[in-house]
Design a protein around this ligand. Structure first.
Ligand SMILES: CCCCCCCC/C=C\CCCCCCCC(=O)N[C@@H](Cc1ccccc1)C(=O)O
Ligand SMILES: [Zn+2]
Ligand SMILES: [Zn+2]
Length: 524
């Protein structure tokens, strides 16, 4: 999906308002006879107190010199055009340069006795940070060095300039995802300089080809760890954010932790027909037959799976952020679920969250203006909802196309990711919630979701059941549009906050298990 579709989801507020208007009468009428639940989900303030990790907590306070150095290091990272054009075409010069740059800016990461650094497949990096307590299961922080291409057209500053303007650093990768690469290493570097020794071991994995599938970077690192028999308690990657001003009914920013991820399939459809002279065309040509087939695919939505993923929990846990009557509607999905199911279909992002999507992405046919083409090919990109299987989806596709002249070839496919736990015992999820509360006091809801795009963390499903996608960055619609788009930028303050978040998270991970909540009556 194009991440900019999320911005269009802002339009959902209008849909939701329409829903509110339409059903408000029903709510009031039903309210007289039904005892409707109101939103009672706990905000982060009601989270259990994890206490101090270890005995000597290091405060997240950075000197002026450190703050200047960290922003300059990010700018330098942006200036290296580590572009991935395709799996066969990546900028190896820039990736190699990036590898040489890391020890210069993060010397302690490369000279500390309990940290081991490995280069994987020439351009990806794996750091193993050995903790003092071997009984604690390790975890992993994941990010990627590569970026999507950017031409200068439409940019306020050149995309690989790393220029600072009005408190922002501009450039490709400032949000996706060199900010994470640099913030993870920066946080650990600052901790090391304060003589921090983690109790819990962890890994830092930096892939070099996420934007073109991750098969040489993250996938190889995952295989390496698997071959070493390593199991991870949880992994944190990109793919969830703090959303601000996306929905007019929600005043305050809310954090989305993606606990699952859609599967994917690239499917080629082909129609062959007899070539001939265009002056005497047959009733149907390969192009016409195929165009009709893919049009049917575009016009026929896959089944709505609302209720089978984390979407219900997402809405219920967001309910408290809305005012009446939406808070009541969202808290009582047992009655309003069927209406909500339809509302969610209205905008591209919420639609993508509740069903398998089919995008027509390539169409090739024809060899000459006056020749009936012998063959026509179309490629469709499917994102498979976690509640569906690949064979199910293929069967539905064939039923929609319903034309034996269309042949199919699966170019690539992978299963949806299982749902990672987000209950009160889920260590990784609760660690994220706790740290969000510490660092972003303005965030009043932390909710689970399905990531509608794909991330490198999917390659690690064999070695961990706790796969979480969350970047500690507050995004407004405009910022979200800049992912893979124009004028990607991060405020210096947001970057410092990201470093601070990781500085806190690493220390917060040094506890044995999730503590018991203060109130047993509250679900987390
Ligand atoms: C009511 C509240 C709704 C809030 C919903 C928010 C849902 C947030 C979920 C996800 C955010 C989108 C993050 C997308 C990250 C995608 C990164 C990416 O572009 N990945 C590529 C990877 C890829 C895969 C296969 C081949 C090449 C590249 C992609 O998905 O295409
Ligand atoms: Zn990314
Ligand atoms: Zn990306």
């Amino acid at each position: 999906m194009a991440p900019r579709d999320v911005a269009r989801a802002a339009g959902m507020s209008a849909g939701v308002r329409a829903l509110a208007k339409g059903v408000v009468g029903t709510v009031l009428a039903l309210g007289a006879v039904l005892l409707l639940r109101t939103a009672t989900f706990p905000g982060p303030d009601e989270l259990p107190d994890w206490g101090q990790a270890g005995t000597s907590r290091i405060p997240a306070q950075f000197s002026e010199t450190e703050r200047t150095a960290m922003k300059e290091a990010l700018k330098e990272a942006i200036r290296m055009p580590t572009v991935a054009f395709s799996s066969e075409n990546i900028n190896t010069t820039a990736l190699a340069e990036f590898g040489q740059f890391l020890p210069k800016v993060f010397p302690s990461m490369f000279s500390t006795s309990f940290i081991h650094h490995e280069v994987v497949e020439e351009y990806s990096h794996l750091f193993t940070i050995r903790g003092s307590n071997p009984k604690l299961e390790p975890y992993m922080l994941l990010a990627h060095i590569d970026v999507v291409p950017a031409s200068e057209d439409g940019w306020e500053v050149p995309p690989f300039s790393g220029l600072e303007r009005d408190g922002f650093i501009y450039g490709r990768g400032t949000l996706d995802n060199k900010n994470s690469v640099m913030a993870i290493l920066q946080a650990m570097e600052l901790l090391l300089r304060r003589n921090y020794v983690p109790q819990r071991s962890f890994y830092i994995s930096l892939g070099h080809d996420e934007e073109v599938s991750g098969k040489h970077g993250a996938q190889k690192i995952a295989a390496l760890l698997e071959s070493r028999g390593i199991r991870l308690s949880f992994i944190i990657d990109e793919g969830g954010y703090i959303f601000d001003s996306f929905f007019s009914g929600i005043e305050k920013p809310f954090a989305v932790i993606s606990v699952s991820e859609k599967g994917g399939m690239n499917l080629m459809l082909q129609v062959d027909s007899a070539p001939g002279h265009s002056s005497a065309p047959p009733k149907e040509t390969s192009i016409g037959i195929l165009a009709a087939a893919v049009s049917r695919l575009e016009q026929t939505p896959m089944p709505n799976m609302f209720g089978d993923g984390p979407e219900k929990a997402l809405l219920e846990q967001l309910a408290g952020q809305f005012s009446f009557p939406l808070n009541v509607i969202l808290t009582n999905l047992w009655i309003f679920g069927p209406i909500m199911k339809r509302i969610l279909e209205k905008t591209p992002v919420s639609n993508a969250m509740i069903r398998t999507t089919v995008a027509l992405t390539m169409f090739n046919a024809g060899i000459k203006v006056n020749v009936i083409p012998p063959t026509a090919q179309a490629t469709v990109n499917l994102r498979i909802h976690p509640a569906q299987t690949i064979p199910e989806v293929l069967e539905i596709i064939q039923n929609i196309v319903a034309d034996d002249r269309v042949q199919y070839q699966v170019l690539s496919v992978f299963n949806p990711l299982p749902m990672s736990p987000y209950d009160s015992d889920a260590f990784g999820y609760q660690l994220l919630r706790r740290t969000i509360k510490d660092v972003f006091p303005e965030v009043t809801a932390v909710v689970p979701a399905t990531c509608i795009g794909n991330t490198d963390v999917r390659h690690f499903a064999n070695i961990s059941t706790g796969l979480y996608r969350f970047n500690p960055v507050i995004l407004q619609p405009q910022g979200f549009n800049s992912f893979h788009g124009l004028n990607e930028k991060i405020s210096i303050q947001a970057y410092e906050t990201q470093v601070m978040f990781l500085f806190e998270l690493i220390q917060n991970a040094d506890v044995e298990k999730v503590p018991v909540p203060h109130s047993a009556t509250h679900d987390l």
